[in-house]
Design a protein around this ligand. Structure first.
Ligand code: SAH
Length: 268
């Protein structure tokens, strides 16, 4: 290891007994972990993780660490958010070194904010460690720039998983911004969302990318258009986790791949 990296590793924070680190594990590929998350994996004696955390990341844990799964899996009832925060508090009070590991960034559609509030209210010392959120990683891995001068000035990160209640999303308002939309948890409601965007005036031929299992061995990328994206994702049996990007930035991929074909380093 080069000296500068050794020095950086030696300066990483120490996970003390009784403390909780609320960390993002990134989109899957362990190469996209932060050094701080890696330090947490090396020091934690209990790791409480979600279904989205890649097994290759969990494999980097300290050999003595125990794992607790907290999340949805295979239709079985998932622990409630209150149960999870109670468990984190109990583990910390029992003087464990606790790593709460979530896919992507802990605070982007990941309930990291809620968990931090609960830990703070209970007086548990904690640290929040950012991770690479899947919405951004999926675009980049698919050779779609999140922003491009002259194409977009903003990027909308939005959940497709929300009801009609107080969390209801005004898709028409988002469409009218003419800025690209990056949908998390979007597959299930995609028919409703695509219809609402088109009803608000978005071009039916607006390019769409679906990136499933970004940076994982099962990664799949589909490039399509708004009016046929629902039929195609069904036909090709796209499954969660997937990021759906809608907007002109998606067109850059084809250009980039055509050009990159001429250089040695290929892109996804
Ligand atoms: N905190 C996470 C998001 C959790 S919400 C983050 O910052 O990435 C769960 C949604 O994230 C999934 O439904 C999917 O839309 C997205 N997601 C998470 N990991 C993904 C991956 N590797 N590839 C594609 N989408 C992913």
């Amino acid at each position: 290891m080069i000296d500068a990296l050794k020095t950086a590793m030696a300066r990483l924070p120490v996970l003390e007994p009784g403390h909780v680190w609320l960390a993002g594990a990134g989109p899957g590929d362990p190469g996209l972990l932060t050094l701080q998350a890696l330090a947490g994996l090396g020091q934690a004696d209990v790791i409480v993780h979600d279904a989205l955390v890649d097994p290759r990341v969990l494999a980097l844990a300290h050999p003595g660490a125990s794992f607790e799964f907290a999340g949805k899996r295979g239709g079985k009832p998932s622990p409630s958010q209150a149960n999870i925060t109670d468990r984190l508090i109990a583990l910390a009070r029992a003087k464990h070194r606790v790593l709460r590991l979530k896919g992507g960034d802990p605070c982007v559609f990941g309930r990291g904010g809620e968990e931090a509030l609960a830990l703070a209210a209970a007086g548990i010392p904690f640290r929040i460690i950012p991770g690479i959120t899947s919405g951004l990683a999926a675009l980049t891995i698919a050779s779609i720039p999140a922003t491009l001068r002259g194409v977009n000035q903003a990027l909308i990160l939005v959940t497709g998983h929300c009801g009609d209640g107080e969390d209801a999303i005004d898709w028409g308002a988002l469409a009218r911004t003419r800025q690209p939309i990056v949908l998390y948890m979007g597959l299930r409601n995609l028919d409703h969302i695509a219809a609402a965007l088109m009803a608000a005036g978005l071009d039916p031929h607006e390019p769409v990318a679906v990136i499933a299992a970004a940076t994982q061995p099962e990664q799949r990328i589909l490039i399509s258009e708004l009016h046929r994206i629902v039929a195609e994702t069904r036909e090709l049996e796209f499954e969660a986790p997937a990021i759906i990007a809608i907007g002109a930035i998606v067109r850059v991929r084809a250009k980039l791949l055509a050009l990159a074909g001429r250089v040695a380093e290929m892109v996804a």
